[in-house]
Design a protein around this ligand. Structure first.
Ligand code: NAD
Length: 353
């Protein structure tokens, strides 16, 4: 297959591209990525020079270049992961979120539609546009219940509202024009190559360096965690077997309170690399809660499991251990990002997710 991956230099996109290029040996993989602060070409280091791998630095919101990319690369599938993805940044300034997540998805859909319309009928049937989205579009849960594919949308942050908008655009392009689209809504991911402003890598690296571990409120907010490699498997499963026009929830039934996640990381690090100054839980530091902080996310992925047979391979405990081990061994990747100064603040001093 010839696969165009947007956002392929990001956290999940790069895991997908490494899988496609290094393990699946896809015929051709073209990454289209703007390389914002969150895009890291170094995450694709192992793919550079491999047969079929190509990288294009471009903004998905630019209609002309996107049409040209489709026409020249001639993909069998588009896997759309490019996005502004950090909730705190969306609260500080929503403009890039509207630009990339809404306008960018629109431009990409239009480019895909123009290309797809011109295909021969067999290729038109086989073409897929897979839009990767989040469970945050469903809003916040109380102590009970799960998000399903039929849960009404109720986004509460600028990030989730912009992703909800993009999901609706994708659904409309299927209903209106017949474009063979698929949508996945996934819970919080974690794993290697995760940008160090997000909760799990931030806590691992701050704890290693003996810095404060900032936790919003009392750390009672609940997130449902999925190891990034399991998400990649789910995306390939949906791409191959999903029914056009359908959405699929992806999640690992691994609900944890934020404070538990932070404590687990402290305890694992204490075992792997004891701190002479004492147990790392002493570094936990509660900060004022995020405005509109969603209380609980929990996803019901039974449709994906029943229809397409997907199952996560990692529990939260094994996935977290692999993640911590990766950060301990790969300072070459994260150290330059930790040292980068932006927005007047140093990474590692931003509050956690
Ligand atoms: P990320 O922030 O790590 O990566 C996003 C990538 O998109 C970066 O490489 C960035 O350079 C690129 N990008 C941003 N704007 C662009 C533009 N205008 N044109 C081209 N490229 C652009 O994000 P991620 O965590 O890998 O998430 C990928 C996708 O998965 C997003 O759509 C996100 O909403 C979704 N998602 C993420 C999670 C999670 O926990 N991280 C969970 C569910 C869904």
């Amino acid at each position: 297959m010839r696969i165009l991956v947007t956002g392929g230099a990001g956290f999940i996109g790069s895991a997908l591209v490494r899988r496609l290029v290094l393990q699946e040996r896809a015929e051709a993989v073209l990454v289209v990525d703007k390389l914002t602060y969150a895009g890291e070409r170094r995450s694709l280091r192992d793919c550079e020079g491999r047969p079929g791998f190509a990288f294009l630095q471009a903004d998905i919101a630019e209609a002309g270049p996107m049409r040209q990319v489709m026409a020249e690369f001639r993909p069998d599938a588009v896997m759309h992961l490019a996005a502004e993805s950090h909730v705190d940044r969306s609260i500080a300034g929503a403009a890039p979120f509207i630009h990339t997540n809404v306008v960018g998805t629109f431009a990409l859909l239009e480019a895909a539609r123009a290309y797809w319309t011109g295909l021969a009928s067999a290729a038109r049937q086989d073409f897929r546009f897979l839009h990767i989205s989040t469970d945050e579009v469903f809003g916040s849960l109380g102590p009970e219940g799960y998000f399903t594919e039929t849960t009404p949308y109720a986004p509460r942050s600028p990030y989730s509202a912009s992703k909800a908008g993009s999901d609706h655009l994708v659904a409309a392009w299927h209903e209106t024009y017949g474009l063979p689209t698929l949508v996945t809504n996934c819970s919080n991911n974690y794993g290697p190559y995760h940008f160090p402003e997000k909760l799990i890598p931030l806590v691992i690296l701050n704890a290693l360096e003996g810095k404060n571990l900032p936790v919003y409120g009392q750390g009672e907010n609940i997130r449902d965690w999925l190891f990034v490699e399991d998400h990649v498997t789910a995306l390939l499963t949906v791409l191959r077997g999903g029914r056009p026009g359908q959405t699929y929830n992806v999640g690992g039934r691994a609900e944890r309170r934020n404070i538990e996640v932070v404590q687990d990381i402290c305890d694992s690090l204490d075992r792997l690399r004891p701190d002479p100054a004492g147990p790392r839980r002493r570094l936990i530091h509660f900060v004022a809660d995020r405005p509109g902080h969603d209380q609980r996310y929990a996803i019901d992925a039974s449709k994906l499991q029943a229809e397409l047979g997907w199952q996560p391979a990692e529990s939260f405990a094994t996935g977290l251990e692999k993640t911590i081990a990766w950060y301990l061994d790969n300072a070459w990747w994260w150290q330059p990002l930790r040292n980068r100064v932006y927005g007047g603040e140093r990474l590692g001093l931003l509050p956690a997710q």
